[in-house]
Ligand binder design. Structure first.
Ligand SMILES: *[C@@H]1O[C@H](CO)[C@@H](O)[C@H](O)[C@H]1NC(C)=O
Ligand SMILES: *[C@@H]1O[C@H](CO)[C@@H](O)[C@H](O)[C@H]1NC(C)=O
Ligand SMILES: *[C@@H]1O[C@H](CO)[C@@H](O)[C@H](O)[C@H]1NC(C)=O
Ligand SMILES: CC(=O)N[C@H]1CO[C@H](CO)[C@@H](O)[C@@H]1O
Length: 632
């Protein structure tokens, strides 16, 4: 797929003068990364030596330091707390858990909560007494919910009154050995009446950075969520590197509406804020209609995004001031948007519409041992998820590799003689790997709690030399000669059609550039009597699928995509809804399984490319294909 649709077609990187040269050599860039990474690495070692790995100490340091104790740390739904006030509450929550439920150091306690101030008090309250939270996705129900609680091997589940209906009778019966406590307003009053106790440092002692700080669940596209171990080292590195790299300014307020049960908001949001003694405002959950109101209400200057959130915000109608009748989309103080997964087709539109100066894009997975960053104000690296200068690139080349993977089996291609994997050339797609210490892989990759099988499935051995160990990210990326790393696809999403490899991300990107398409989710569908998979785009349109619109889309894909990459089918959805995860990432699994078979999918919603036009796909068309009378 290397030459098919280079992402650069969308990046008019024609920027004159010094800033371009600077961006190209990325000199300040390296400096920024080196300046962020090295002190953080040293700080981690120092904290390990002093037995102060627990991030509770970060909060305590801010609360005890006269320069930060009275700074507002947390804002939520009209309430706000300084560092000192937060610390006081955290001690009370910890003491209450210890006294009433006998929570001991190293115990794991599951929390099923929406974003709130209470979430943060409970989380740090657990750390304050040396216990560890398991953050449960509050949207889960039934057997998936019980699976997650059981995977945490906990005897206590704390529940937000707002999600208590998810903890059904069946769930309770299935979790009969787990004590379930709903944190009602009465209980919260009890907590506030509990004496704040600071337990001795021994209770929080951790000998190694790789020890568990929390369990955070990763939502696979198929199968049950897995409990990934978030280590202390990762909490420190994530928070330390991001806070230095992001360039916090005096008076900054960070706003996030991403779920705190994921590492993006928890580490890159909350811990990053504490690390630099600043303010975080949190939204209960993401809502495209409330987002900017909350940003304005909190005077936020940095916002956090993930996945498709920016697309939803762009899709919302312009915000008009009811009094003056003026468009107030730009009436905000945001200078930086920080997150991951902002697609290049909406990058510039998002910045322009809301008047945002800089985008900081990072790439990291909860369980991955490395992260990549790209902070940019121009378009040189538009769409890149990481960008390094030559220095960092050199350092990274020992830590990262991009290898060839078989599109059919999703396994690395090994040389038949040597058995080793092959690196792809610069600018070519391949799976991104991170090097692990061969002896003790858990130093860098802690894996999944009590799940050795899932853990070892992420580790690849004997890659370039006997006995070496690498972490499989599951992501296909393109690493170019200029140190930029572009996301290409999830492994397994790329499909083959007419003997060519098609990257679903690249096709979605092109589809997204058409003004009538609000959102496109691309995948390959199997057809009777055909090899490989034909492209299908599930699309949400801005209007109706009328003739003019469909003709215009057909013209667009014909112009912008090579024949094999053009979606043969369009499936019109009213909204992406069920096809997205709680973090707004696209799900392809069920769409792919349904395909375009009219017994599984309402044929009235399917169109196909015939004679250069998208026309309705009828049941008789399907019959012709299944009878083997049509070759696409
Ligand atoms: C208090 O915080 C300031 C600013 O963050 C820092 O420079 C100073 O070293 C801190 N003092 C102590 C005692 O940690
Ligand atoms: C990378 O940096 C450039 C700035 O040159 C920015 O335009 C682009 O959006 C960034 N890419 C991502 C994915 O953050
Ligand atoms: C498609 O990917 C496979 C690896 O899975 C590779 O061997 C093959 O050469 C690629 N085909 C094209 C046309 O790029
Ligand atoms: C993916 C998912 O189940 N999302 C649901 C999460 O819960 C909210 C309500 O709390 C629903 O609106 C979402 O559909």
């Amino acid at each position: 797929m290397s030459s098919a649709v280079p992402l650069s077609v969308a990046a008019p990187a024609v920027i004159a003068g010094l800033s371009y040269l600077n961006a190209k050599t990325s000199f300040w860039y390296d400096w920024l990364l080196v300046r962020s990474v090295i002190p953080t690495g040293l700080a981690t070692q120092l904290r390990e030596m002093r037995g102060r790995l627990n991030a509770f100490y970060l909060l305590e340091d801010r609360a005890k330091n006269s320069s930060t104790s009275s700074v507002t740390f947390l804002k939520f739904e009209g309430r706000s707390y300084t560092y000192a006030q937060t610390y006081d509450r955290v001690l009370r929550y910890g003491a209450w858990l210890r006294k009433n439920y006998g929570v001991k150091p190293k115990d794991i306690v599951a929390m099923n909560f929406e974003n709130s101030d209470t979430f943060i008090f409970l989380w740090f309250g657990l750390w304050a007494i040396g216990a560890k939270p398991a953050f449960i996705n509050f949207n889960l129900t039934g057997s998936v919910l019980t699976h997650c609680v059981k995977a945490a091997t906990t005897s206590l589940l704390l529940v937000d009154p707002n999600v208590v209906d998810k903890v059904s009778e069946d769930v309770r019966r299935d979790l009969d050995s787990v004590r379930i406590v709903v944190l009602t307003p009465e209980l919260e009053r009890d907590i506030l009446a509990t004496e704040p106790v600071r337990y001795p440092d021994e209770d929080r002692y951790e000998d190694r950075g790789q020890n568990m700080a929390a369990l955070i669940y990763t939502s696979g596209t198929t199968g049950l969520p897995k409990a990934a171990i978030m280590s202390w080292a990762k909490t420190i590195l994530g928070a330390g590197v991001v806070s230095r790299w992001l360039g916090w300014r005096p008076g900054d307020v960070f706003y996030t509406a991403m779920p705190l049960y994921h590492s993006s908001a928890a580490v890159m949001g909350v811990l990053n804020t504490i690390e630099c003694g600043k303010t975080i405002a949190i939204g209960r959950k993401f809502s495209a209609t409330k987002f900017w109101d909350e940003v304005r209400e909190h005077d936020a200057t940095i916002i956090q995004y993930v996945g498709e959130m920016c697309r939803y915000l762009l899709g919302a109608p312009p915000r008009i001031d009811p009094v003056t009748g003026k468009n107030i989309d730009k009436a905000n103080k945001v200078h930086t948007a920080f997150g991951n997964g902002l697609r290049p087709d909406i990058w510039a539109a998002f910045k322009d519409r809301f008047g945002i100066d800089a985008i900081g894009e990072f790439y990291a997975a909860t369980e991955a041992p490395l992260a990549m960053f790209n902070l940019s104000k121009n378009d040189h690296a538009l769409g890149a998820m990481g960008r390094n200068g030559w220095l960092y690139d050199l350092v990274m080349s020992f830590r990262m590799a991009v290898i060839e993977v078989d599109t059919e089996t999703n396994e690395p291609i090994r040389d038949p003689k040597t058995g080793r994997c092959r690196k792809v050339g610069a600018g070519e797609p391949g799976e991104l790997l991170h090097r692990l210490p061969a002896g003790d892989t858990s130093e860098r990759f802690q894996g999944y709690y009590n799940n050795a099988k899932a853990t070892s499935s992420k580790i690849l051995r004997d890659v370039f030399s006997k006995g070496d160990a690498w972490f499989r990210t599951g992501d296909t990326v393109i690493w170019d000669n200029e140190g930029r790393v572009f996301f290409s696809d999830r492994i397994g999403d790329t499909f083959r059609w007419k003997s060519e490899n098609v990257s679903t991300m690249e096709v979605s990107h092109v589809m997204g550039l058409h003004p009538a398409i609000h959102e496109a989710n691309v995948y390959g569908v199997e057809l009777p009597h055909h090899d490989g998979r034909a492209g299908c785009a599930a699309v949400v349109l801005n209007g109706q699928p009328d003739e003019i619109t469909m003709r215009s889309i057909a013209g667009h894909v014909t112009k912008a995509l090579p024949p094999y990459a053009r979606p043969v089918f369009l499936r019109i959805l009213p909204e992406m809804g069920e096809a997205t995860t709680a973090t707004l990432k696209h799900q392809k699994h069920s769409l792919r399984t349904e395909g375009v078979d009219p017994t599984k999918v309402d044929p009235a919603t399917v169109w196909w490319l015939k004679g250069g036009e998208y026309v309705p796909f009828t049941e008789s068309d399907w019959k012709v294909i299944s009878d083997g009378k049509a070759r696409l």
